[in-house]
Design a binder for this molecule. Structure first.
Ligand code: WTA
Length: 668
């Protein structure tokens, strides 16, 4: 059955499919709100922001200013100036003050399904205050960076909120990054304090996180940034305290230091434009970018996107499978749902452990209403068969959300029919670490979601445009078009800069097409003004929803003494979306063998992390280059996927014979 038909049926079922009216109940409501958001962003967002606690109110007019045109000077975006607030206060204190202290805030399950924990809003607030007090006792103050390298324990969102409470800027580093990658991020953000755990169980495997932190601290010290305090949570199922490497002059056990702290801590009232957190992400060049978000704009943008896009209301149970090491974990696991007063379900292990029914049993157990995931996980769950979801009662589900990578038809149908019982809208939202909140999306329970999947309409304040990649000119109006996706206008949750490198922020995002924010993605606009994402147009690949810069993997490979040159591309992969494929030129050809492949793969694992290890290493005595020395990746993509008949114009190649040679070496 076609998507349109299915959705038409779903919509004629009307209110039976959704037992309460969503905020955007009709196209008209959406149209008029969207229009206001772009015509009068200051008035529009100013009104929505009143739903949050401001210690000092921002003025109704004059709180907003922006320049997104590099030709006119510094790129600068400001919202809610003159207002002071605190995100942690809005996530926790507000709900406790409203009498909801005994409501569950976090429902956590570990790797072992019998390991369960409920944290109420009051307990969460106390835990956060104790952590804030500890951070303060270690000299952390407003504006200081704190690195968080934790697995998905309830203490992870607590650590984020504890930083937010005192105005410290957290940098959560995904606990799958290697010591070298962690060190690089510690040095870049000048973080003296690291919050971590003894280890974590990933399926049947124990990963010793504290040992990785120790290695990273040594490397960071060499890089000029000593780590002075490490707070370590004992995760006994992975690694007991007694077996954890320890430096008594620097390290403190969570269980010793935190319970003795006072359970109250006044929030630090922050200016709306103060930094809230930074999060490293990948780009076209080798060095990761520390994307910096604001306090007020991020809070309002993310909170409102939860209400309007995912229909989150106080008391709703939200299960997001993302890790807090990525932006989805920040916006739609930690901050957004708590800003809406929801209960957050956290799965601390891998979602297919011990079997394909784990997520669905959790949906049933906690009566999950919003389930937010990524296509990669859907693809691996659907492979495990329909029997698993059939064993659980999924009738509590109302909204199925997804983000991070394109969703293929097969996964979309399975999600919609098997998981959502053809009853729940699939809200597949396009957005980025830099945008802070969802940007282009189908909207739940309105007729125009009928083109769900990877397409949708812009969220408030967002004006997508399609640019001609050759000329940089906007392809006009609402006519169907395909090209580079750029955004006009500003929205509160957009990032403000890259940590310590505002020039790079301007160069990467605003210089390529003057007057626009350049997304790095391509898109197609159809006859109804819906946008379909066609994938990255830059050198970023998306492996299982993880953004990886090809340049990062290349520089890791070429760091190895035996590697003379490397060119990395993404190739289609049934489960991961894209897989990493590396062409490698060795110094000398006598060791083009599997042992060398393993050495190079281990090297990447060590310098970035397991998720960045190439699936394939293709030996390349030489690489196809233009006469000016530029690697022709287009040609490499065709060779890797066996489409050498469609190579296109190779007349600009400096040495045409290279192509033949590479084809012969495929699979060798
Ligand atoms: C891709 C993740 C297709 C896109 C939230 C973007 C998507 C990058 C979608 C950002 C989607 C994200 N459909 N592609 N619904 N959502 N992407 O920063 O290429 O980890 O630029 O943020 O993921 O990845 P990031």
């Amino acid at each position: 059955m076609q998507r349109l038909e299915i959705l038409a049926r779903q919509l004629t079922a009307g209110s039976a499919t959704n037992d309460r009216t969503p905020l955007l109940a009709s196209r008209d409501v959406y149209d008029s709100m969207h229009r206001k958001s772009v015509e009068d962003p200051e008035g529009f967002w100013g009104e929505l922001a009143l739903g949050y606690h401001w210690q000092n109110k921002f003025p109704a007019r004059g709180h907003m200013s922006y320049n997104t045109d590099v030709g006119r000077g510094k790129i600068d975006v400001q919202f809610f100036c003159g207002g002071t607030t605190n995100i942690a206060y809005n996530c926790l204190d507000r709900w406790v003050a409203a009498g909801r202290g005994d409501d569950p805030c976090v429902l956590w399950e570990g790797n072992d399904e019998n390991e369960r924990r409920t944290v109420t809003y009051r307990q969460m607030l106390e835990d956060v205050c104790r952590l804030s007090n500890w951070l303060t006792s270690r000299g952390v103050k407003k504006g200081d960076s704190v690195t968080i390298y934790l697995p998905m324990v309830a203490e992870l969102p607590a650590a984020m909120l504890a930083c937010a409470r005192i105005g410290a800027v957290h940098s959560v580093v995904f606990a799958g990054f290697s010591a070298e990658a962690l060190a690089q991020r510690i040095v870049d953000c000048q973080g003296k304090v690291v919050l971590t755990a003894s280890g974590v169980m990933r399926g049947a495997k124990a990963v010793p996180l504290k040992a990785i932190v120790d290695d990273a601290a040594k490397l960071a010290a060499k890089g000029g940034q000593p780590v002075t305090s490490v707070l370590c949570l004992e995760v006994p199922s992975a690694l007991r305290a007694a077996n954890t490497p320890w430096d008594a002059s620097r390290d403190v056990w969570w269980g010793d230091a935190i319970p003795i702290q006072p359970p109250t801590c006044p929030p630090v009232w922050l200016e709306a434009e103060d930094r809230s957190f930074l999060l490293y992400t990948s780009g076209s060049t080798g060095k990761p970018k520390g994307v910096v978000h604001s306090v007020g704009g991020y809070m309002v943008g993310v909170g409102e996107s939860c209400r309007y896009l995912y229909d989150m209301r106080p008391g709703d149970v939200v299960f997001t499978t993302a890790d807090c090491g990525w932006i989805t974990g920040h916006s739609y696991l930690a901050y957004g749902p708590l800003l809406c007063g929801c209960t957050v379900v956290i799965l601390g292990g891998i979602p297919t452990h011990p079997d394909g029914g784990r997520c669905w049993r959790m949906v049933e157990r906690y009566k999950v209403r919003q389930f937010y995931t990524a296509p990669t996980l859907l693809r691996s769950l659907l492979q495990l068969g329909d029997a698993w979801p059939r064993q659980s009662d999924l009738s509590s589900l109302r909204i199925l959300a997804s983000a991070g990578e394109p969703m293929n038809e097969h996964a979309w149908h399975w999600f919609h029919e098997m998981i959502g019982g053809s009853r729940c809208p699939v809200v597949d939202t396009w957005w980025q670490t830099e945008t802070g909140n969802g940007m282009i999306t189908p909207l739940p329970a309105t007729w125009f979601q009928a083109k769900a999947g990877a397409a949708g309409v812009p969220f408030f304040g967002v004006l997508p445009v399609i640019l001609d990649p050759a000329t940089g000119k906007e392809l006009p109006g609402n006519a169907p078009a395909e090209g580079v996706l750029a955004l006009r206008g500003v929205w509160p949750a957009m990032a403000r800069t890259l940590y310590g490198d505002h020039e790079r922020w301007e160069q990467v995002y605003f210089a390529p097409y003057k007057g626009y924010y350049f997304t790095g993605d391509g898109a197609r606009r159809d006859e109804d003004g819906h946008y379909w994402i066609t994938g990255r147009v830059d050198d970023v690949i998306n492996v299982s929803g993880h953004r990886i810069g090809t340049a990062e993997v290349e520089s890791s490979l070429t760091e190895h003494a035996d590697c003379a040159e490397a060119a990395v591309i993404g190739v289609d992969h049934a489960l991961k979306g894209q897989a990493i494929y590396a062409f490698v030129t060795l110094r000398g050809v006598d060791h083009q063998n599997d042992a060398m492949r393993k050495t190079l793969m281990d090297h990447v694992r060590k310098s970035i992390g397991p998720f960045a290890v190439p699936d394939t290493i293709h030996w390349a005595p030489a690489l196809p280059k233009t006469r000016s020395g530029k690697i022709m990746r287009r040609v490499l993509r065709k060779i890797a996927s066996g489409q050498e008949k469609e190579l296109g114009d190779v007349s600009t190649l400096a040495e045409p014979g290279v192509v033949e040679m590479l084809i012969k070496l495929r699979g060798k």
